[in-house]
Design a protein around this ligand. Sequence first.
Ligand code: BES
Ligand code: ZN
Ligand code: ZN
Length: 494
Amino acid sequence: MQLSLTAEKIEKANVDLVILPLFEGKIEKGNSAAFVDSILAGLLSDTLKKEEFKGKPGDIKTLHTHYKIKAPYVLVLGLGEIKKFNQETLRKACGKAVATAVSLKSKKILFPIAECVQELLPLGEVVQAASEGLLLGSYRFDEYKSKKEESSGLSDILYLLPDHKVQKEALKALRKAEILSEAACFARHLVNTPSEDMAPEILGKHALKIKGIKTRVYKQAELKKLGMGGIVNVGKGAKNPPVLIEMIYKPKAKAKKVIALIGKGVTFDSGGLSLKPPKSMETMKDDMAGAAALLGTMQAIAQLQPQVEVHAYVPSAENMPDANAIRPGDVIKAYNGKTVEVLNTDAEGRLILMDALAFAAEKKPDFMVDLATLTGACLVAVGELYTAILGTDKEHIEKLISSGKKCGELIWELPLVEEYKDDMKSNIADLQNIGGAYAGSIMGGLFLQEFVGKTPWAHMDIAGPSWANKPWAYCPKGGTGIMVRTLCEYLMGF
Ligand code: BES
Ligand code: ZN
Ligand code: ZN
């Protein structure tokens, strides 16, 4: 889908649909809705009045124009109250608008975007948020369908921007939104692809294809030599061997900071010998969403060029039960030498992350953050929409939370409760991989902390928001691409 700018007249534009943005209340004199209403002899305002259309966020009303303007349809798009208006309201509204446009089989859309500009939301932000909503909202995963869905018909969004002086700002924002949305959709694609076609080595191949990033894939034999007992043992029950992917981005000028990112890449989580029940396994191709977020982020920053150096590590394995699989009660040794008694093979994420965290910490980054679909308990604690964050560095945690807020990706901090560590003491090894019955997500965080040494660190549990069980505003059911945009926003902030 192409996004571009135009200064054409609304009534003359050669499009199938005109979006008419409307803040809650009445049609304002001078805006495009008022203009179209006058051409339609009051039909628009009459209809909105009769149907009690108030312009609440995401409310949509479409009308046929009977060709009184060139476009056959107009779509009134509710943006809610002006004082509550923000990027996320616009992203969501645009996500819904694009779904309606697809159902009307529109090919070209005209959007008088300048009308959305507000004191607290300048043109650049407006163009970026709208473009993200439209691009993310039009993503479909139809690779495995014999008949492709109809979304492909929508080819052009034209932003109506009569003022030539602001075009440069708008084009810059548009380009940024394209990079970010493409990266998030790349992450969605990696998650949505069935595990059979997204084995650890295939994930490695996708990483190697990212331009502008120095990537290395450590294979099984090397992982054994390096002493990465977590990745090797989690992967040994599977036909597809495990890997560790390393991706490095260096800015052209001297880096302001070095940030390490670590992403859980379990390409399928059956639970291993501690087998999951069938229902819980249905979505477990999603267990590499942390890895997907990192690949997306690296693809985007290679283009956005932040001033920080970024080291990304993806430990990737398939957690399967077979004659070679790791057993409950086995003891394994992590890259940093610590021994772990594996009491539950379904708590495998922390076992592959422990090696990658210790490996990343060795290079002494200024801060490191891991992303993982780590615990079902996280869904119980904060639900489907929130990512939980836990860690040792307040400043970076705050930065991540505020970056998330700007991107419409919600993050909530949970405490790392030292006292709970006692529950992870093992009889025979340095620690065991599960705690007691409570605070599962905190236990996961406390376990990971054992492998970060003195490096300032945070852990993000994305078990909830990495997967949409039902479609919502700008994301269809399936992988969401969560945290790609937040990580980019965070990295661009240095
Ligand atoms: N991949 C799962 C966590 C998960 C569950 C992600 C639901 C997304 C949705 C993880 O490997 C796991 O199975 N964790 C166990 C940990 C437990 C054994 C301590 C869990 O949550 O039950
Ligand atoms: Zn598991
Ligand atoms: Zn898992």
